[in-house]
Design a protein around this ligand. Structure first.
Ligand code: FES
Ligand code: FES
Length: 150
């Protein structure tokens, strides 16, 4: 099937198998490997992207469902080649160790901060409840998101 979509402001048109998952399409067809695959079952959040303004797990979405959509991935966060404020805050708070969960965490936090510029700690914890991190214990991640609001 033919799919035409916009990813991080760039238009793409590709022929895809109807059963191809969006995460595989992004990584393997578009070479946007920032979004990770952790579980392939909708549990870990490593594949989180923003789809027409809404946070989704791209392992639970077919590429054909993204036809005509605007997708944002972690590659689209940097501004003029510089980490944005949220990314810088993750870096300065050591909010990552192996970094596997980080693209998904950043996209969940981005979606939160667009909806709520001044989230409480509870709001932040709720926003990242679909993102599993094996390394940091979440404390630094929550701190990083908190500071990015200031
Ligand atoms: S790979 Fe999509 S939620 Fe884990
Ligand atoms: S930093 Fe390793 S999984 Fe989160």
């Amino acid at each position: 099937m033919q799919v035409k979509l916009e990813v991080n402001g760039v238009e793409y048109e590709r022929d895809v198998d109807a059963r191809r998952l969006l995460i595989h399409f992004l990584r393997d067809d578009l070479d946007l490997t920032g979004s990770h695959i952790g579980c392939d079952t909708g549990n870990c959040g490593a594949c989180s992207v923003i789809y027409n303004g809404t946070l989704i797990k791209s392992c639970m979405t077919l590429a054909v469902q993204a036809d005509g959509a605007q997708i944002e991935t972690v590659e689209g966060l940097a501004e003029d080649g510089e980490l944005n404020a949220l990314q810088q805050s993750f870096s300065s708070h050591h909010a990552l160790q192996c970094g596997y969960c980080t693209p998904g965490m950043l996209m969940s936090a981005t979606a939160l901060l667009r909806e709520n510029a001044n989230p409480s700690e509870e709001d932040i914890r709720k926003a990242i409840q679909g993102n599993i991190c094996r390394c940091t214990g979440y404390v630094n991640t929550v701190e990083a998101i908190k500071e990015a609001t200031q």
